[in-house]
Design a protein around this ligand. Structure first.
Ligand SMILES: *Cc1c(COP(=O)(O)O)cnc(C)c1O
Length: 641
């Protein structure tokens, strides 16, 4: 990394690419051009077909839409689905596997209609299906998918209505598989299938004893709330046999958790499931499908490790490991190779969306100057504190750090007791921060950094105000400290000189981003460029296609952002806007929390009329104020210039 490169050396776009790790997390889809702009290149091996993000932002603004914008790059989704299938096909050929691969997309990962439609469109050649975890998701799936070769896998708890709908789908020719998650569901399935005179496609979700590391480790293991244990599975088999329905048991499913960073855990899960699959075949079930669930991870920080925001394997390795493990286990027992299904959500869709936003303002961290002469009548404490400043070196760092904190706290007490004036307290605080800056510079030279200095850098950083709500657009960044790559999308051939954290525009102190991706660790600050007057500064948050849109909330009534989908030409990289969705207006978000915008206008009009009556405003001022209020209701919930 080049951050320590001499300040006088030239800074190039390649240095920025290094600094922000674009090659590490970008999976080939993102790069930096020599104009210092971040580019999207959705077609592997065709670097000429790349579009610059600043050009796209310009195009969006010229068409009258404002930042923040969630940009969906359709062509990336297309490429990711192709890549998933071609990797599995390669692995199948390479290991002489005798079954095929079919993917399903779990709708919960991004339920937006346009997204699910594009997935079924791009997935059509590969019979890519959908996974539904609720009635609503099944209804969405049935209205979107029209490929009868594709599977619809129904997980989640099911009532009679859910089951009836899935059985009806089978009548219409869909491959709609009902996965039993709770023993009691089986009775309803048998009963409804009889009543509707249909042979259901039944699956069973097993509880793995294998547990995977990472953020979602509770999804696996004996204590997982989902699925049947082996005794339950045997009871299910016995019941089906009794009903003469063992031919209806077609699929074994498990889901070990999302974002599995370690390939060993993936292998262990597949192995355990393959053994259970063999057992079911030996019991006489017809089977034919083995569904390995989700878990295929995204390398958010680009470190290629088993850290929870990364993964220590490639897609190719994942596919080969999975196919090989199933093949070896089943071949040894003479069991026919099934269709392999995976429910990869995150890995299919993360790269597809980029959150683009502007910076509204900066609070620089710059302690005010300390006068050369300290007032004669200042307290000894203050004089001692200022005295530290000239004495800091690499040997006494910790001592100076502790002393400064001690003096500062004592001075605050003196101030509270009325013993020193406000101006002296201000002087002392400035001195304190100057000491922290000096300490932090020395800390950077240390080989081993003591824990107590860990938060220092973030405390001394500038705050860049981002025109977003973390709660709406990057909820996992707040809720589970998920890391997303974030970086400027232009000015990349200029050296970034400010150490910063990001704050959003909610008035919540959690509405900030102070964890950033790094190859070796988590960075607490990010290097950004100095803002220029009258010029917007744009950043992007990347790999946000999975889960973020769906989990977002209305904190401070900041609503959905504008969404723009672009397709990029594989020939020349020209982009074309294929879909625009205007974000929520203020009236929209207010109606979500049960206000009626009309009533609000009526009431505000009464308030304004009273002011006219009381001669506080003129009638024409009333007109302007009403126009402002109504315009506000129609407007975007984010900051507009
Ligand atoms: C959430 C979920 C998935 C998707 O997991 P990813 O890690 O995003 O691929 C798949 N299957 C089930 C049952 C899930 O609950």
């Amino acid at each position: 990394m080049n951050i320590h490169k001499d300040t006088f050396e030239r800074w190039s776009a390649a240095d920025s690419a290094d600094l922000y790790g674009v090659k590490d997390w970008g999976a080939g889809y993102f790069g930096v051009n020599d104009r210092g702009e971040l580019c999207v290149s959705p077609f592997p091996g065709k670097s000429a077909a790349s579009a610059s993000l600043p050009d796209i932002i310009r195009g969006i603004k010229e068409r009258g839409m404002n930042m923040p914008v969630l940009l969906r790059v359709s062509s990336i989704l297309d490429s990711q689905i192709r890549l998933l299938h071609s990797s599995f096909r390669k692995a199948i050929a390479q290991t002489h596997y005798r079954g095929e691969y079919k993917g399903v997309f779990p709708i919960k990962v991004n339920q937006q209609q346009q997204v699910v439609e594009e997935i079924t469109k791009f997935g059509k050649d590969f019979h890519h299906g959908l996974e539904a975890g609720s009635k609503a998701e099944l209804i969405a799936a049935l209205g979107t998918l029209d490929d009868r070769e594709a599977c619809i896998v129904c997980n989640g708890y099911k009532d009679e209505e859910f089951i009836d709908l899935a059985l009806s789908a089978c009548k219409l020719g869909f491959r709609c598989i009902l996965v039993v998650e709770m023993p009691s569901e089986l009775d309803t399935i048998i009963e409804r299938a009889r009543a509707m005179r249909i042979d259901p496609l039944i699956g069973v979700r097993m509880k793995l004893s294998t547990r995977a590391g990472g953020q979602w480790m509770e999804s696996g293991g004996d204590r997982s709330v989902f699925g049947l244990n082996t005794a339950d599975i045997m009871a299910l088999v016995d019941r089906l046999r009794q009903e003469n329905m063992l031919d209806c048991l077609r699929l074994l499913h498990y889901h070990i958790g999302s974002q599995i960073p370690n390939i060993r855990d993936i292998r262990a899960g597949v192995l355990e499931a393959s053994r259970v699959y063999v057992g079911l075949v030996e019991e006489g079930a017809k089977m034919g499908y083995l569904d390995l669930g989700g878990g295929l991870a995204v390398d958010y920080d680009g470190s290629h490790t088993n850290y929870m925001h990364s993964r220590n394997y490639t897609l190719d390795e994942y596919c080969v490991d999975v196919i090989e493990t199933v093949a070896e286990t089943l071949t040894a027992k003479g069991v026919e190779h099934p269709v392999i299904i995976t429910e990869s959500g995150r890995a299919t869709i993360a790269y597809y969306s980029v959150l683009l936003f502007n910076i509204l303002d900066v609070t620089k961290f710059e302690p005010s100057r300390i006068p050369d002469r300290i007032p004669e009548d200042a307290s000894e404490m203050t004089k001692d504190l200022v005295g530290i400043l000239g004495n800091i070196n690499s040997k006494n760092l910790q001592e100076c750090f502790h002393d400064a904190i001690y003096y500062r706290d004592e001075i605050r007490i003196l101030f509270k007791n009325g013993r020193i004036p406000l101006r002296e307290r201000a002087l002392a605080e400035s001195a304190f921060w100057h000491i922290m800056v000096t300490v932090s510079k020395e800390v950077k030279k240390l080989k081993y950094v003591p824990d107590e200095f860990e938060n220092l850098e973030a405390a001394l950083a500038d705050v860049y105000y981002a025109n977003i709500s973390v709660f709406q657009s990057l909820p996992d960044s707040w809720a589970i400290k998920q890391l997303f790559p974030i970086m400027p999308v232009h000015r990349l051939n200029e050296r970034p000189t400010r150490n910063a954290i990001l704050s959003d525009i909610t008035c919540d102190c959690d509405g900030k981003i102070d964890h950033f991706t790094d190859l070796h660790d988590v960075r607490r600050t990010i290097l950004l460029h100095e803002l220029r007057p009258d010029e917007e500064y744009y950043l992007g948050a990347f790999l946000v296609g999975a889960y973020q849109e769906t989990l977002g909330d209305l904190h401070n009534l900041l609503g959905d952002t504008n969404v723009v989908s672009v397709r990029i030409s594989p020939d020349d990289g020209r982009f074309e806007i294929v879909k625009e969705l205007e974000g929520d207006s203020v009236a929209d978000v207010l109606s979500y929390v049960e206000y009626t915008p009309h009533d609000l206008i009526d009431r505000f009009r009464i308030v304004a009329e009273r002011a006219v009556r009381e001669k506080m405003i003129t009638p024409s001022e009333r007109r302007d104020i009403m126009a402002l209020y109504e315009g506000g209701l129609r407007g975007y919930t984010y900051f507009e210039r």
